[in-house]
Design a protein around this ligand. Structure first.
Ligand SMILES: Cc1ncc(COP(=O)(O)O)c(C=O)c1O
Length: 233
């Protein structure tokens, strides 16, 4: 079952007839593009969606005299940013595509997420009203996905042992930490309440699976802080 809801994308199914019957001369429709799913971790459900997309396209092509050659089912292959789990692709391999039709997928996140890591230095550690925050030299202006999707993105601590400041190095031990950015908004949050054994100002937090929907969807110029350094291996 699909939830039908208003969206600024695509064409409303009820308007298809008027679109397909008033095409400019020379424009030849060869198929349909149905990007309708986002970050789906359920391989069997994605396979059902692909089958439905093919069935719907065949039926609609037949109704409007389209010579169907292409069904583009868009992206949506999911990656769990809070673990190492991704969608199981095996059920997709069992989807049969009728002769003469090309089924196209456009995986974005699935291909790119594991290609990137985001690392940010801990600038400050502070505890207010019983909650400990690690303020980063970075934040949602570099990596907006956790704030945009409302989840807590886990980090790994990369200890940096060098400390050359003329004052005692701030640190916390055995406590949950919120990793927050340096913007003047309480929404600049990457991680909520991740337990740490020890974290010091000057250590790095490394966020995995950030090769997709990170820098490219972020509001880079918020407060005009510098961009991260990009290292391409
Ligand atoms: C038309 C279209 N195709 C593919 C994608 C990629 O989606 P995903 O990253 O879920 O694979 C998007 C993402 O917005 C999209 O708009």
């Amino acid at each position: 079952m699909y939830k039908r809801q208003p969206t600024p994308f695509g064409i409303d199914e009820t308007q298809l007839e008027s679109v397909l019957t008033s095409l400019p001369a020379g424009l030849n429709v060869i198929g349909f593009h149905l990007h309708a799913v986002s970050n789906n971790l359920d391989g069997a459900a994605q396979a059902t969606f692909l089958r439905d997309a093919i069935t719907w396209s065949i039926k609609t092509a037949s109704a409007y005299g389209v010579n169907l050659r292409v069904v583009n089912a868009g992206g949506g292959l999911g990656v769990d940013h809070t673990s190492t789990t991704s969608i199981d692709l095996a059920p997709l391999s069992r989807v049969s595509v009728p002769d003469g039709i090309e089924l196209i997928l456009e995986p974005g996140r699935f291909l790119a997420a594991d290609a990137g890591y985001y690392a940010a230095e801990v600038l400050d550690l502070k505890t207010t009203h019983g909650r400990t925050f690690a303020v980063l030299r970075g934040g949602t202006h570099h990596f907006r996905l956790p704030a945009a999707w409302g989840y807590s993105h886990p980090f790994t601590i990369l200890p940096i042992d060098t400390w050359d400041r003329p004052y005692t190095r701030p640190s916390v031990t055995n406590t949950p930490v919120d990793a927050v950015g340096e913007l003047c908004t309480p929404r600049d949050v990457l991680t909520r309440a991740q337990p740490v054994d020890r974290l010091r100002v000057g250590d790095l937090l490394v966020f995995a699976r950030t090769g997709a929907y990170a820098w490219d969807i972020s509001h880079h110029d918020f407060l005009r802080h510098p961009a991260p350094q990009f290292i391409v291996l």
